[in-house]
Structure formats: structure tokens, C-alpha cells
Design a binder for this molecule. Structure first.
Ligand code: ATP
Ligand code: MG
Length: 241
């Protein structure tokens, strides 16, 4: 591979401090990985190994731990997301980095098609275009049209996941982070999502995705990174400060 990666994570570690109990909880431990344009890197490993924490560290939902998170921007600059200021992070989230979380957080009064169109509006796309693309993506996700005008807050798990995916995929970010995107989908919808992921690859999107099903990893991953749970002695450390 001669092209430079879009994202390079070097020795990322993160631990949480529970101040009230004076305890440290180790999470991601020494994670290194690369994600390339037009390719999908799969992040696998047992429950509690710190997979979601890696994605949240990249997206900066969590404060940075140690290590470097080097992202190559559209403009060609390499920046360390672990050091970037909030303003920069907000701009990157709006224009370049997308994140499909495991669970959808939507406002109870917002119609599904508006939830999906929102990232496009934030990117500066006109309302008409955003609405058109949102509907196309909802149709591609096989979400029944009768649900488009109502809020997803009362949807079933699989329906919510389709809305969440539609919202993440519609804006075609340069780097897309996916946390178990197909966990509650039926086989038919899962096939559609796989095809969409393949299409995004041909468009050059770089993806980092957490999967639990090996079959899926074999089908869509170009690279596989396996996380191990933190070593046992890490858990024994009590906070001293
Ligand atoms: N905000 C937090 N505060 C305290 N501990 C946390 C926090 N977030 C994650 N952890 C801990 O970090 C560890 C790794 O969590 P993480 O969610 O990254 O695991 P995972 O590999 O995604 O697991 P799963 O496959 O079950 O989703 C867990 O022990 C978890 O309890
Ligand atoms: Mg997780």
C-alpha cells in the first residue's frame, strides 16, 4: 500500500478514573491501527476490550488518553486528534468524520427524515437536496415509508439502527466510524448494508468498524485489528493521588 493512511492510531491507551471509589478502570490498551481511503479496517475482540473506547477517543467523545491519533485532513494536513482543540474537532465532525454509534440518540419530536437529513444541512447542503438524499438513504435501508414522518424514539431496535446507519452514511464522510452497525438487523437488511459499505469503499471512504460476527469481517474487512483485554495487573492498580 503506497498511499498514506487517512487515520493512524499509535499506542492509544485510555483508562477511566472513578474518583469516588478511588479506582482506575483500564480500557483500551496500547492500540495501534491504520485506516486507508477506500478500505475498511475491522476492530474485533472480546467484550470490554476497549473497542468502543477507541472509536470514542478518535471522535473525541472521551477526553484523550495516551498515544497519538493522526488524521490526514482533506486539505492534506496531518493532525493529532488527541491534541486538537474543541473548535477543530467540531469542524471535523461536521465536514469529515462520521460516527454511527451503537444506539441512536434522537429527539422525541424530530421526524425520522429530518434526523437523517441533519448532517447534510450542517454541511451546508440545501434543504431540498438534503431531504431528497435522506429519503433515498432511508429507502436503501429498507425502512418502511410510513415511518419517515414520525420520530424514531419509539422504533424497534432494528428500525432505530437503520435510521442511525442512514444518518451516518448519507453524508459520505472521509472517515466513517461504525460501532456494530449490523448487530440488530435482519439478514436482508444486513445484505443491503454490506452492499452500501462496498459502494462507499469505491467512493474512497475510509472506514473503521467494530464487528462481532466473523462472517461479516471476512466479507468486508481489508484489515483486521484484534484488541485484547487489558492485562490483569492493570486492574489491581488503585489510584494513589
Ligand atoms: N465512561 C466510562 N467510565 C468508566 N468506565 C468505562 C467508561 N467507558 C468504558 N468503560 C470501561 O472500559 C472498558 C471497555 O469498554 P468498551 O465499551 O470500550 O468495550 P468494548 O470492547 O466496546 O465492549 P463490547 O464488545 O461489550 O461493546 C469496560 O470495562 C468499561 O466498563
Ligand atoms: Mg462496544
Amino acid at each position: 500500500m503506497s498511499e498514506a493512511p487517512v487515520l493512524r492510531v499509535e499506542n492509544f491507551s485510555k483508562q477511566f478514573t472513578l474518583h469516588e471509589q478511588g479506582k482506575r478502570i483500564p480500557s483500551s490498551h496500547n492500540v495501534s491501527l491504520s485506516v486507508y481511503s477506500g478500505q475498511l479496517t475491522a476492530l474485533i475482540g472480546p467484550t470490554g476490550a476497549g473497542k468502543t473506547t477507541v472509536l470514542k477517543g478518535i471522535y473525541r467523545t472521551y477526553l484523550p488518553g495516551s498515544g497519538r491519533i493522526l488524521y490526514r485532513t482533506q486539505a492534506g494536513h496531518e493532525i493529532d486528534l488527541a491534541q486538537a482543540d474543541e473548535h477543530r474537532m467540531l469542524a471535523l465532525r461536521r465536514m469529515e468524520i462520521g460516527y454511527v454509534t451503537q444506539f441512536l440518540h434522537a429527539l422525541p419530536r424530530q421526524a425520522t427524515e429530518d434526523v437523517v437529513a441533519q448532517p447534510l444541512l450542517h454541511k451546508g447542503i440545501s434543504k431540498t437536496d438534503a431531504q431528497y438524499q435522506a429519503r433515498e438513504m432511508l429507502a436503501a435501508m429498507n425502512l418502511p415509508q410510513r415511518l419517515w414522518g414520525i420520530s424514531p424514539s419509539t422504533f424497534s431496535g432494528g428500525e432505530k439502527q437503520r435510521v442511525n446507519l442512514a444518518r451516518g452514511l448519507v453524508s459520505r464522510p472521509r472517515l466513517l466510524l461504525l460501532d456494530e452497525p449490523t448487530a440488530s438487523l435482519d439478514q436482508y437488511t444486513m445484505e443491503r448494508v454490506i452492499r452500501l459499505i462496498e459502494k462507499l469503499k469505491t467512493e474512497g471512504v475510509a472506514m473503521l468498524a467494530i464487528f462481532h460476527q466473523k462472517e461479516l469481517v471476512d466479507r468486508v474487512a481489508n484489515n483486521v485489528v484484534t484488541l485484547e483485554p487489558p492485562p490483569a495487573e492493570e486492574y489491581a492498580l488503585e489510584e494513589t493521588a
